[in-house]
Design a protein around this ligand. Structure first.
Ligand code: PGA
Length: 237
């Protein structure tokens, strides 16, 4: 499985960030990253202009959310089809920042189904809170989220992101990551890539990316600077 290095820009950037694709290419040219897949998920309004810029690069683009319906009266929403049309190949669904805002696993599943139906690959996020981990409920929490969030088939990616590790500078220990990824592997089978997310940075990327059953990373803060994203991508090779 080719490792997937996925950048989640969250609500950062402006139109000038479209150029970051070229910056990334200068630091790590396409010819030097044949063994990995690099994905940037910018705010949705930047996808189409970035897709134009991405013409000469092999960086893929993704979105950070989609609506479950194909079309209709849903003010402010964007459908999976619109994102794909704009150039997205992936869409993150069920990020903990959205689950914290009320998104349920059933809602995540509906979005993932809408995406897979049109061959837009969902990256389905799961992860426990600190209280759940301390109560010994990390595995059960993730299992429950997966059983309720995953669509049929295997055309999706799972991102394990312990909530307490996101944007905090704290990462799960290699042992915790290995054990959780083995747990997820049992549920999703051999064909699904399982990413780790939560304070991944150049300094810890190599250890994390070479842990068994870790098939890439979902990176927030450290993905905003191309030097740092490229250093993480290199660590995957
Ligand atoms: P972080 O975010 O790398 O800033 O911890 C990861 C994520 O939320 O996907």
């Amino acid at each position: 499985m080719r490792p997937l290095i996925a950048a989640n820009w969250k609500m950062h950037g402006d139109m000038s960030w479209v150029e970051k694709l070229r910056d990334f290419d200068r630091i790590l040219p396409p010819s030097k990253r044949t063994e990995i897949e690099v994905l940037i998920c910018p705010p949705a309004v930047f996808i189409a202009p970035m897709f134009k810029t991405a013409g000469g690069t092999s960086i893929k683009l993704g979105a950070q959310n989609c609506h479950a319906e194909e079309t209709g009266a849903h003010t402010g929403e964007i459908s999976a089809h619109m994102l794909k049309d704009a150039g997205a190949r992936y869409v993150i669904v069920g990020h903990s920042e959205r689950r914290a805002g009320g998104e349920t696993s059933a809602g995540v599943k509906a979005k993932a189904k809408a995406a897979t139906a049109i061959k837009l690959k969902p990256i389905i996020c799961v992860g426990e809170s600190l209280a759940q981990r301390e109560a010994g409920k990390a595995n059960a929490t993730v299992k429950r989220q997966l059983s309720r969030s995953l669509p049929e088939g295997d055309k999706y990616v799972v991102a394990y992101e312990p909530i307490w590790a996101i944007g905090t500078g704290k990462t799960a220990t290699p042992d915790d990551i290995e054990s959780m990824h083995a747990h997820i592997r049992e549920i999703v089978g051999d064909k699904v890539r399982i990413l780790y997310g939560g304070s991944v940075k150049p300094a810890n990327a190599s250890d994390i990316l070479h842990t068994p059953n870790v098939n890439g990373a979902l990176i927030g803060g450290a993905s905003l600077e191309m030097d740092s994203l490229a250093a993480i991508a290199k660590a995957a090779m």
